[in-house]
Structure formats: C-alpha cells, structure tokens
Design a protein around this ligand. Structure first.
Ligand code: AMP
Length: 282
C-alpha cells in the first residue's frame, strides 16, 4: 500500500494505476477508522481495481464552536486498517496542503444543505461539498463510496455531482452498527460509560417508528412523538431535531409515503450523534 501526503504524490500514484487501465475506487474519510469505514473500503475493493482512501480532518466543515483539535487522529492504526482491508493507496494531506491559501471558492448545494443538520451546522455542507469536489479533482475516481449513516451528506454530494456533471458515480453503503444498534461513528469515542449506555436509544427510537409504519401509521407528527418518547427515556439526551422527509428532496412530509428518510440528531454529553432510516412506504 502506498502512502501519499502531497497532492503531487497521490496524483502520480493514481496516474500510474490509471494508465494501466485500472478502475479507481475512492473512499473519503476523516480517519479514526472503524467497521463502517471498513465496509466502504471492502465494497470499493470488490467493485474497482485500485482503491484510494483519503484521511483528512477537513477544517472547513467544522463550525467555530466545534472542536476540530479534539477529533481523534490515530494515524498509524488507520494505516494498518487500510492496508489490512485492501486499500492500494492512502492520501493523507495536511490542512496546509489542501488549503494553501484562504479558500475563496465554495460549493454551496442550496436548499439541501440548509435543513436537518444544516440548521445547527450552517456551513457544514458547504465545507463537505467543497472538500469532496477538491478530492474528486485530485483523485479522479470512477466510483466514490459513502455511508448511508450520513444520509444528508449523500444527498448533497449526489446533487453536486449531477449539477456540475462531475465524471464519477456514487455508491452508498448501509450503516454499520454496534451489536446494540448504535451506529458506528468516530464520535462515539467521546461518550463516557453512562452516555454510551443510553446511545442505542437513537436507533431504538427509529425502529419504533418503523414498527408503527409497518402497522399502518402514516402521520409524521405521531411518529415523531413516539421517537421523542424513546429518546426522552435518557435524561442525558438533548434532541437537536427529529425529521421525517422525502428522501430525494429532504422536504418535510406530513404523511409518510414513498421514499422516506427518518433522521435525527441529538447531543449526548460532548458528542453530537446522528442516525437515520430509509424506508419505502407503499
Ligand atoms: P467520516 O470519517 O465520519 O467523515 O466518514 C467517512 C465515510 O464513512 C462517510 O461516507 C460516512 O458516511 C461513512 N461512515 C461513517 N460511519 C459509518 C457507519 N457506521 N456505517 C457506514 N458508513 C459509515
């Protein structure tokens, strides 16, 4: 496995692979890799011939009150995970390498960036879209792999690709969970033992909504109330939002029908946790 810290180096490594006609698969990450990331790397390995993983804690997607310096960076362990799971190259640039001067050019995927997580994290998706565009330009992958765990991110990136005619395809991989249902996340490391005990309530609440829908319930307000009740079992959970939206447009819907995304975000101690389920309701 080759490791590049500069744009020049990763371009050279990839152009060699590309010139042998290999299909390039790309997994963008912020590191602190876990089984969720590994599922993306493995899927890329199955579907493409040269897998590039980027590890970059992107400063432009963190808000002023979000502590980027505390974000875990177990770099050597991450490299081992990449190597062990078949990555061919890792791109791990510094912030200086990616943003050598104050960034003046932004990709703003309007509307889709503004709801759900965009409300409490105003410039987050602008940072995500911009860094993904930069990484796509550097790596020039045929296929990029993203997790359903970050559902809004997937929708924003897909729309950017469509609107800008970017020459790549996105594959979305299912959310990987701990055995108690908690969606794996690098941010789970911030939880203490008490908070960790309450964290599975997020998925339990979403599952409760799904059970009601399967039993015929269609009213979003009722479903949100049920979700809230379960989250409120924990005195440590502060709800940011519970949204039931059309899975393509992210518009709030009063009645669940068709492709529906039920998404939530909470603060649990120091961690902001998100989770979602995607349903096709007849
Ligand atoms: P991050 O390092 O958090 O920026 O995530 C990098 C990629 O891994 C994103 O596409 C995430 O959606 C994906 N990812 C993170 N956690 C999970 C998970 N539990 N299951 C599946 N994919 C995940």
């Amino acid at each position: 496995m080759q490791i590049a810290k500069t744009i020049e180096d990763i371009k050279m490594i990839i152009s060699e692979a590309g010139s042998f006609g290999k299909k390039i698969g790309f997994v963008p990450t912020m590191g602190a890799l876990h089984a969720g990331h590994i599922s993306l790397i493995k899927k890329a390995k199955q579907q493409t011939e040269f897998v590039v993983v980027s590890i970059f804690v992107n400063p432009t997607q963190f808000g002023p009150n979000e502590d980027i310096d505390k974000y875990p960076r177990p770099f050597e362990a991450d490299l081992e995970i990449c190597k062990h799971n078949g990555a061919d190259a890792v791109f791990a640039p510094s912030a200086q390498e990616m943003y050598p001067q104050k960034n003046l050019t932004w990709i703003n995927v309007e509307k889709l960036s503004e709801s759900l997580c965009g409300k409490t994290r105003p410039n987050h998706f602008r940072g995500v879209a911009t860094v993904c565009a930069k990484l796509f330009n550097i790596v020039q992958p045929d296929v990029a792999y993203f997790g359903q765990k970050d559902a809004q991110q997937v929708i924003v990136i897909k729309r950017m690709i469509a609107d800008l005619n970017l020459p790549l395809r996105i594959v979305v991989c299912p959310t990987v969970r701990e055995s108690d249902g908690l969606a794996m996340s690098s941010r789970n490391k911030y939880l203490n033992a008490e908070q960790r005990k309450d964290a599975p309530l997020l998925y339990a609440a979403l599952q409760e909504a799904e059970i009601f829908i399967k039993a015929g319930e269609r009213k979003s307000d009722f479903l949100k109330e049920q979700i809230k009740k379960i989250l409120n079992i924990s005195s440590q959970i502060a709800i940011d939002y519970i949204s039931i939206v059309n899975a393509d447009t992210l518009d709030e819907i009063d009645e669940v029908k068709g492709k529906v995304l039920i998404a939530l975000a909470v603060k649990l101690g120091p961690a902001r946790l998100i989770d979602n389920i995607l349903l096709d309701v007849k």
